[in-house]
Ligand binder design. Sequence first.
Ligand code: ZN
Length: 390
Amino acid sequence: MSKTKRAYKYRFYPTDEQKRLLAQTFGCCRFVYNWGLHIRSTAYKGGVKLSYNDLAALLPDLKKQYPWLADVSSVPLQQSLRHLDKGFKNFFERRAKYPTFKKKQHAQSATYAANALKWNGATLTLAKMEAPLNIHWHRPLPKNAQPSSVTITKDCANRYFVSILVEEDMKPLPVVNNMVGLDLGIKSMVALSTGESVGNPRYFAKDEKRLAKAQRRHAKKKKGSKNRNKARLKIARVHARIQDRRRDYQHKLSTRIVHENQVICIESLAVKNMVKNHKLAKAISDVGWSELIRQLEYKSKWYGRTLIKIDRWYPSSKTCHGCKHVVDALTLDIREWVCPACGVVHDRDTNAARNILAEGLSASACGGSGRPVRAKARQATPIEAGNAHS
Ligand SMILES: [Zn+2]
């Protein structure tokens, strides 16, 4: 068993009083975050790197200058400086872009550490609030869970969510013999090396129609009018629905793949991003390849599975899985092709997924460690890597 931090997210319905306090808290968190970003940016331009502690030490003075900051719990304010610190760390370690200012129009959030919340095993109450949050518990928290922090968000569709971070013991699943390779499909969302294609893009077509309709309506309303604002909210709601359905779909898929297979081979996002092709780039963002990889990564870790990520580009689509012959070109409209060397007929996506499985397995010694393995796949020649991998 391994201990792991796991977030449980629920929708909740604040009272008017809670809404007011949360709005105030979001505003103060945003203010402190933007203030910190400004101070750190100014220092950074002057060649000075400030830390979380440097900024936290300035908070009391900031509160004297802006007394309304004291109307909300001080914990979320400190936490915003922690988020900012993380943003800078990610930037310095080249994982993210330079942090940007937070805007009122975007989703809002505030994080409460354990010292600013009360959890009695059934109800959750935040600092400065009298009543507990009215949470819709669509699934229970694990028994004896102790929340280590809680993040409140309000999305653009004005819905409130609480994400509760708890430490949990994860039991590995029983070992199974299956291994699978996954590729981003052209005609489906994901192609499996078993020949199965999952995720019909048409699943979301209805949502997209609804979104286009909402956008057209919004464009017709007078700027600054009440109706325009209503129409904007409508768009946000459709977006939220699309996002929810997508996320839900990805969770079902990643859970199923991790349950059914001991070893899972995929190409990393970096490899996918080398594809300089608009159609495929859109497919990658539509499918949420990075989110799917993220879920596969942590679920593999939880359940004792091995995830093999192929880090280097190789022609997975253009290589015949049977005889390893590599064809020169394979445009995106080609769904099926015949290997000129051995005559086998390939379904484009399945063949690619099979190659990814083989490449992942050959490039790493597989055990049931559950840790993601970085596969040192065959290095592409500069000429190969320079071509559009399609
Ligand atoms: Zn062949």
